[in-house]
Design a protein around this ligand. Structure first.
Ligand code: IPE
Ligand code: IPE
Ligand code: MG
Length: 252
């Protein structure tokens, strides 16, 4: 069966490198505010610095064998921040899309957005749609950006759609099992994350990928997101390769 050449090259590269890293890495990019405060600058300065780190992390994925990268950019709880910070983040997302669009297309990166779009500005939504459409045929890395995303909100929205299908007679409630719900989640086309990384020293999930990370490996590291480097990502991927994922069973 002829395979996607990008995937084949990637697999050969990783096998050649002799380590089995995570195929799907999810990152809670935390610590931008503290990074800025440490420098006596406004929080938004940290968000801008943080956004600039994303490109090199995406670029590092192919050589590390990472096919799926999912990044947490804005949570359903982040609306609690000041209007200045929220507006600044929203304009940063628009700037990021404009600035990175060409590069992402050229680098064969497929971009998707997860989260509830209803609260987002229509102009931003249009740009998100455009970037998804422009990169639709790309295959090397699947980059998923979580904006206005919350795990509980995602499960609630999924349940609503599932209930509608039951009410309309499209779904037999007796058939519902743990394979059914993920088909209604925003992440329905993605595999579960193998490795979830959180920067900035906080050891909590903060409502990220609650359903999907049931068996993910976790890394909580002290680095603030604007200081995160591909070298650190590589170190975490190698450490992941040495872990014994048992999924409740016995492997040795
Ligand atoms: C993460 O950095 C980015 C977003 C939540 C948007 P923070 O802004 O949470 O940075 P800290 O945690 O205050 O340092
Ligand atoms: C999680 O970070 C959300 C993102 C990284 C986008 P927060 O900074 O919002 O999480 P808490 O408030 O420390 O739990
Ligand atoms: Mg934070």
């Amino acid at each position: 069966m002829p395979k996607d050449p990008a995937q084949t090259a990637l697999a050969e590269h990783v096998e050649g490198g002799g380590f089995h890293g995570p195929a799907h890495v999810a990152i809670i990019m935390d610590g931008n505010g503290r990074w800025a405060t440490q420098r006596g600058r406004p929080r938004l300065f940290g968000h801008h610095a943080g956004a600039r780190r994303v490109r090199e992390v995406v670029e590092a994925c192919p050589r590390l064998g990472i096919r799926y990268l999912t990044i947490f950019a804005f949570s359903t709880e982040n609306w609690k921040r000041t209007q200045v910070e929220v507006a600044g983040l929203m304009s940063l997302f628009r700037r990021y899309i404009t600035r990175e669009m060409r590069e992402l297309v050229e680098q064969n990166v497929r971009v998707r957005f997860i989260g509830d779009r209803v609260r987002l500005d229509p102009k931003l939504i249009a740009m998100m749609d455009e970037l998804e459409a422009l990169t639709e045929a790309n295959t090397l890395v699947h980059l998923t950006v979580a904006i206005n995303y919350g795990g509980r909100d995602e499960v609630a929205r999924a349940t609503k759609r599932l209930a509608r299908d039951v009410a309309a007679g499209r779904l037999d409630p007796e058939s519902v099992d743990e394979e059914t719900l993920p088909r209604y989640l925003d992440t329905h086309v993605l595999p579960d994350p193998d490795l979830v990384i959180r920067t900035s020293g906080e050891a909590r999930i903060s409502n990220f990928l609650l359903w999907q990370s049931a068996y993910s490996e976790y890394e909580f590291i002290d680095t603030l997101w604007p200081d995160f480097t591909p070298a650190e990502l590589e170190r975490l991927c190698r450490s992941y390769g040495r872990r014994d994922r048992r999924f409740g069973g016995v492997t040795r």
